[in-house]
Design a protein around this ligand. Structure first.
Ligand code: ADP
Ligand code: MG
Length: 476
């Protein structure tokens, strides 16, 4: 019995791992140590108070679910926080903090049962008398329109989502299909539409469901001979949001049942919102009749946000979490992680965790180390944009000057230095570097590089500039 807490916690971890990104898992769950299990109370030890707050803020729903799954409705989670200055003590002091009750207590071990709100539709097919039941919409309130930053990358999708939200079923955008690559905001936008509809017309039955879950529910219904209930349930929804429909590809029976549900809803003026990682024309393994339905309404794409939008998104997230980071750190993250928003947010979270665990201030150096170590698959090399920014900041010049044709001495110098570092630190071609620096050709860039090399050998002051800049640009 002695190691029960470990067994229970390990089972919890298995589920958690499947539900969050690997990076988040490593950052927030690997450092946790299960301490004991007594009277159905599982105590876990976390490294800091910040850590505890972060878990409560971001993972409490998941934690509640896994605890309930492992320990039943009476199951309770308690945190113990390692106090500082006890490194030499073999039994660390702990502060007990209850889950979900941070504001009201200090140090008092209060416990809370985990069965607070059982939001999930456990068995959606049991519908008493087929009258409208209160279906939980499964919407995440933080994925609202207010929290969705607008940019060129998402203007059409956002605007059509907004139109749909204002008149569900009453626009030409039915279905509304939002498509785009990983981490670009499809799920967020889909939720935002649902939330807005729910706010305006609380009586409408809105349901958000992942296509995977939909498919599993259907398989279960087949097994239990309850497909009719399944179909009826979905046919009474007013606004049906299905996320990641590409998952239906190759699943003929699921497509079939979805086709019927779709037709029923559409004929009755109900709104359908779908997301997918590719446009209908590129969806493989999908029945033609379903694809043609997808094209009935509007397909709107989400693309990679530009730098300004990325900075705005980070600022919004920070603001929402009550975090304040130095501007240069925010810019650095936005500059160096340009693949997708989720990755950028992951980096932000990892940075906060690192700073908290190691009790370090969040500086640009720490950000660089972190991006270097933790963020895979991103441009680890600095970008031309970033080099230009650092050089311009250093010489206190507006970046537009650098990109202009001006021949002012100090601008020419900064431009040449930018070209030099771009050649040295990125894989860009000379022509590409030139294009970024006021539309110069490759010969001009080459000339700039030579000039910088020559000057650095003869001019001490100039060499000092280069050394300073190199330090600022180097990822440690
Ligand atoms: P997808 O479903 O396309 O893979 P998500 O909707 O899950 O992507 O978005 C990933 C993360 O990026 C989410 O945390 C989301 O809030 C955030 N995000 C994406 N686009 C935006 C945006 N325009 N404004 C604010 N946050 C965004
Ligand atoms: Mg998604």
């Amino acid at each position: 019995m002695g190691n029960n807490h470990e067994i229970v916690w390990n089972s919890c971890l298995k589920v958690i791992k499947d539900n969050i990104s690997l990076q988040a898992y490593k950052t927030w769950f690997e450092p946790i140590v299960p301490v004991k299990l007594e009277d159905n109370i599982l105590t876990i030890q976390v490294p800091s108070h910040f850590f505890y707050e972060w878990l409560e803020e971001h993972y409490i729903t998941l934690l509640k679910k896994v605890i309930k799954k492992e320990l039943g409705v009476e199951g309770t989670l308690e945190y113990s926080i390692v106090m500082e200055n006890t490194a030499t003590n073999s039994t660390p002091y702990t502060v007990k903090l209850p889950a979900l009750n941070r504001k009201s207590v200090k140090n008092a071990p209060v416990t809370m049962p985990i069965n607070l709100n059982e939001n999930q539709i456990r068995n959606p097919f049991i519908i008493p008398g087929l009258k409208k039941v209160n279906v939980d919409s499964n919407l995440n309130p933080s994925y609202s329109f207010e929290n969705f930053i607008e940019g060129d990358c998402n203007r059409l999708a956002r605007a059509s989502g907004y139109a749909v939200a204002n008149k569900p079923g009453g626009t030409a955008f039915n279905p509304l299909l939002i498509y785009g690559g990983v981490g670009l905001g499809k799920t967020h936008l889909a939720h935002a539409i649902g939330i807005a509809i729910k706010n305006q017309t609380p009586n409408k039955t809105v349901l958000y469901v992942g296509s995977e879950k939909f498919a599993h529910q259907f398989i279960d219904a087949l097994k239990n001979h309850t497909t009719n209930d399944f179909i009826h349930f979905y046919q009474m929804i007013d606004v049906l949001i299905i996320d990641d429909v590409q998952f239906f590809s190759g699943k003929e029976k699921t497509q079939d049942v979805f086709f019927h549900i779709f037709n029923h809803l559409h004929q009755n003026g109900k709104q359908i919102i779908l997301t997918s990682d590719k446009p209908p024309v590129e969806m493989q393994g999908m029945e033609q009749r379903l694809l043609s339905r997808f094209k009935w309404g509007l397909s709107a794409d989400l693309s990679t946000p530009d730098l300004e939008t990325r900075i705005a998104i980070l600022e919004k997230k920070m603001y929402g979490n009550g975090i304040d980071l130095p501007r240069d750190v925010v810019e650095y993250l936005a500059y160096s992680i340009n693949t997708n928003v989720r990755e950028m947010e992951g980096a932000l979270n990892t940075l906060l965790a690192q700073a908290s665990l190691n009790k370090k201030a969040i500086t640009i150096e720490l950000a660089k180390q972190m991006v270097d170590k933790f963020v895979k698959n991103t441009a680890r090399e600095v970008s031309i944009e970033y080099i230009q920014k650092v050089v311009c900041d250093y010489f206190d010049l507006p970046i537009e000057m650098l990109k202009s044709k001006t021949r002012k001495r100090e601008v020419v110098q900064a431009r040449q230095i930018s070209m030099f570092f771009s050649k040295k630190m990125t894989k860009s071609s000379l022509a590409n570097i030139g294009a970024h620096c006021g539309g110069k050709d490759h010969a001009t860039v080459l000339h700039a590089c030579r000039t910088v090399m020559n000057l650095s050998e003869t001019d001490k002051q100039f060499r000092a500039y280069l050394e300073d800049l190199e330090k600022k640009l180097t990822i440690q």
